[in-house]
Write a protein that binds this ligand. Sequence first.
Ligand code: SF4
Length: 361
Amino acid sequence: MSAVYVHIPFCRTICPYCDFVRVRDRGAPVDAFVDALRREIAWASPEDAPLRSVFFGGGTPSLLDEAQLGEILDALDRRFGLSTAVEVTLEANPDDVTAEKAWTWRRLGVNRVSLGVQSFDDAALRYLGRRHGADGARRACEAIRDAFANWSMDLIYGARPVGAWTATLEECVRFDPPHVSAYGLTYEAGTSFERRRGEAIEDDDSLALYREPRAALGAWKHYEISNFARPGRESVHNLVYWRNEAYHGFGTGAYSFLHGVRARNTTDLHAYLAHPGAKCESLGLTLREVRLETVIQHMRLADGLTHAAYRRRFGRALRDDFGPALDALAARGLLSDDGVCVRPTAAGFELNNEIGLALIG
Ligand code: SF4
């Protein structure tokens, strides 16, 4: 499988916790950016592996108008061929969603929406500096649910008031989205929240919040550390990342992983407009590094990695490459290995960094 990521960096307002590549949209050269994207896409060399996913992330892709989104999709279709088997996801801000827009996205070829609800609590949304309120989130969920069989509700825990998380999860269950992402709030360097790090909740409290969706979303499969899905509704796009397969990245700051090279587009909007696809980072991985990253990434997934899949991909035995580290992790209760498949345990989900560190050795 292979995938395409398209980064749309424009946002109407800047959320204080956000460390993504983004700029205010007021007066921004959105048409020129779309033009640059079309050029970058036209120069790309498609992978041999079949394209299974296109993901519009940001920033705020739902700010694009119909003509702009249509032009990008046309460019992708010309270069990659967008068959009906391709999952086409658009990240949307609840404030941008109307029934009419949702149906327009569908008509253009979007078949999955990742909706940034974050919370159904007004105070928590204010704390996060979001431009929508709880009622706006509810209206957006209804419009998306009417237009799309496949969509994700994206949530954040750890915002104050911390206790609002339980009611948000209850409301999430009532909307019954096919997919749910639940990430903890972070106070990253370089964001407005950096100087508010003292407000971050303790690790034990964060762990308790992390465990809540596991109980509340019992009817969904907890298929990745922070992601839950109904059968067949796992994110195809993120599975490409978590299986360490090839992906193109278009737009400012977008990462790509092609032929063992991980590269990143320039994060500077004006540099990008002048030279679409210009890289600010590029790192060729050794085969050993690709094998290591592949195992680490698979250990984010409940289904783990089968010994047969590793041998098919690399022509070597998983145990020959990582046997002692896998045994040590199994002894600590972070992994299980039944001889067919190595997979993380519930403790391995919670202490996932430990798995990576042990595999790196
Ligand atoms: S969180 Fe999303 S909407 Fe908010 S500034 Fe970041 S990219 Fe923009």
